[in-house]
Structures are given as structure tokens and as C-alpha cells.
Design a binder for this molecule. Structure first.
Ligand code: SF4
Length: 306
């Protein structure tokens, strides 16, 4: 069985909470396939220093190192006695098969890095184009860079799918931010139940309603955000946009830079960020046509339609 070690840096623990709620597979079934060496929130009876020392001495083979949380050299935030999370990653980086950064804090520093973006980083990326703790050229002995699973938090299935795919020896294709393509080739817009409203340019009147798209006024980032949130549903049944709240683009590398997540920024009436792959000219023409020809069904409340 492959061994997995989960360590944390500066984190709220949200990715752990999400992971522990995994339903497909159930977390207990996942750990029948993968041997958990240690996790800070569920391994209270296990001595982490003993585990680390046995890995250092090559008595335990480490297959997966999952890191949650941002990294810093500041001693105030050391998590393992006198050792920092950075120190442990440095000691394990040439022993482990795969390093997986789970959540934006481990990927690029996220909210903690806003405090001091030069000192607080992700493992292989920093905030706004800065470098991370490990060199951009770093690869583990299996030939992969740090595999980034972005999100704030990430869906549990994004973690289990990635780990199980690699544990079965299947190649994982990565995008330019080292995220698994199988997950991040989709946009959060793909599979959204509001796509018809988007096409006919019918905006939601308020948050939390069933009708309307949230792109034109209410800040939805679905058409510019790589994430399978409307393909692999949250809790197996929903997503932000299905519940009537905009996608805030938390899987992208420009997160968390925006001032207002619930408002669409515009220039001369046109959204500043238009759907990926569409030119501004095409966008203006298509939305102009959609506005001219109304779809009567879509401007009624769903309950009022036949
Ligand atoms: S609410 Fe967002 S994700 Fe859904 S259709 Fe509109 S723009 Fe796309």
C-alpha cells in the first residue's frame, strides 16, 4: 500500500475539513487503498517526529506528501516543535514520489501571503507572479513538479482522484500552473444550470434565486475560472452558482486580489473580464443579439412557466 503524509503550514484547516467530508469515496474507503502515516487532525496517537525520523532513515517509504497551508520562515508559526513546515518539505523533497499542494495557501500563499508576500509563499509559487519556496524547476523523483490543487477550499474528490490516479500508476497531465488537467480543463461555468440565462443575457435579480445568470451584474467568475465545481458537485448535490451565489474564481492565481466579489467590474458597460476564448468584438455582437430577441420563458419565474 502507498504511504501518505499530510502536513500543514499557515492554514485555517479548511481543506482538511473538506477532505474529511469526502463521500465519493468515503474517507474510510480511501484509507483502505492508501496508508495514512499521519494527519494533524486525526492522528493524535501517532508521534509525527518518530514518523519523520523513520522516513529520513529510509525505514518508511514516502509516496505522497500532501501540504496544506502557506509557508514562512517566521519562527512564530513553526508547526513541528523547532521545525518549520519549510524545513520538513526541504528534508523530504528528494525522498517522496509526489508532493501535492492542497488549497491556495499551499499553492501560492493565498490570504496569509497578502500580509507579507515576499516572506509567505506557496510551495512552488508565490502570490502575483512571485516565486515559491522550491525552485520553479524542482521535480520529485517521479518527474512531477509540485502538483497544485487550487481552491479555497478544494473539493475532497479533487484530492482523492489525484492521489488514486497516481497510486494506480496512471499518468497525470498538468496545465501551465501544474494543476491536474482532468480537473481544471473545465470552467466553473461548464455544467452550470444557469447557462441558458447566460446565453440570453438574463441577469439574476438577486442572490439566492433560481432564475437568472450572475455574470452581468453580480460578479460571477464562472466563464473565466478553471474548476469542475459544476461537474463534481459539492456534497454530491450542489454548487455556488446552483445555490444562487456567484463563482468567486477561487481556483485561479489572481485570487484573492479583488475588492468586491459580488459585483461585475465593467468598462463602458462591458464586463472587464469576458468569457475565455471570446473576443471583445464577438462578445458585444452576441450579447447585443441576445438582448434584442427575448426568450419569454426565461423572463418569468420558473414556477410560473408551463
Ligand atoms: S451563473 Fe456564472 S457559471 Fe452560471 S451560467 Fe451564469 S456566468 Fe456561468
Amino acid at each position: 500500500m502507498k504511504n501518505l503524509l499530510w502536513i500543514q503550514g499557515l492554514t485555517c484547516g479548511g481543506n482538511s475539513q473538506s477532505f474529511l467530508c469526502s463521500e465519493n469515496p468515503e474517507i474510510s474507503d480511501f484509507f483502505k487503498e492508501i496508508n495514512l502515516l499521519w494527519h494533524p487532525e486525526i492522528s493524535h496517537d501517532t508521534d509525527i517526529m518518530e514518523i519523520l525520523n523513520r522516513i529520513y532513515r529510509n525505514e518508511i517509504k514516502l509516496n505522497f506528501l500532501i501540504v496544506e497551508g502557506a509557508l514562512t520562515g517566521n519562527k512564530r508559526f513553526h508547526r513541528f516543535g523547532k521545525y518549520s513546515t519549510r524545513y520538513i518539505i526541504d528534508k523530504l523533497k528528494n525522498k517522496v514520489d509526489y508532493i501535492i499542494a492542497v488549497g491556495n495557501c499551499a499553492v501560492h500563499g493565498n490570504y496569509p501571503a497578502l500580509y507579507d508576500p515576499d516572506q509567505i509563499t506557496g510551495i512552488q509559487f508565490g502570490l502575483n507572479g512571485r516565486k515559491g519556496f522550491l525552485s520553479p524547476k524542482f521535480k520529485t523523483k517521479k518527474g512531477y513538479p509540485v502538483i497544485n490543487i487550487t481552491g479555497c477550499p478544494v473539493h475532497p474528490e479533487w484530492i482523492t482522484k489525484t492521489v488514486l490516479t497516481l497510486s494506480y500508476g496512471i499518468e497525470l497531465k498538468l496545465d501551465s500552473f501544474n494543476r491536474p488537467k482532468e480537473l481544471y480543463m473545465y470552467l466553473s461555468h461548464d455544467g452550470c444550470t444557469r447557462n441558458e440565462y447566460f446565453e440570453w443575457k438574463v441577469e439574476a435579480e438577486e442572490f439566492g434565486t433560481k432564475e437568472g445568470c450572475l455574470f452581468y451584474e453580480l460578479g460571477c467568475r464562472g466563464p473565466v475560472t478553471h474548476a469542475p465545481c459544476n461537474k463534481i458537485l459539492w456534497n454530491g448535490r450542489s454548487s455556488k452558482t446552483r445555490a444562487g451565489m456567484p463563482c468567486i474564481g477561487c481556483t485561479e492565481f489572481d485570487f484573492p486580489n479583488r475588492e468586491n466579489y459580488l459585483e461585475t467590474k465593467k468598462n463602458m458597460g462591458i464586463p472587464q473580464d469576458i468569457p475565455l476564448g471570446v473576443t471583445k468584438r464577438a462578445y458585444i455582437m452576441i450579447t447585443g443579439v441576445a438582448k434584442t430577441f427575448k426568450n419569454e420563458r426565461l423572463i418569468k419565474k420558473l414556477e410560473e412557466t408551463d
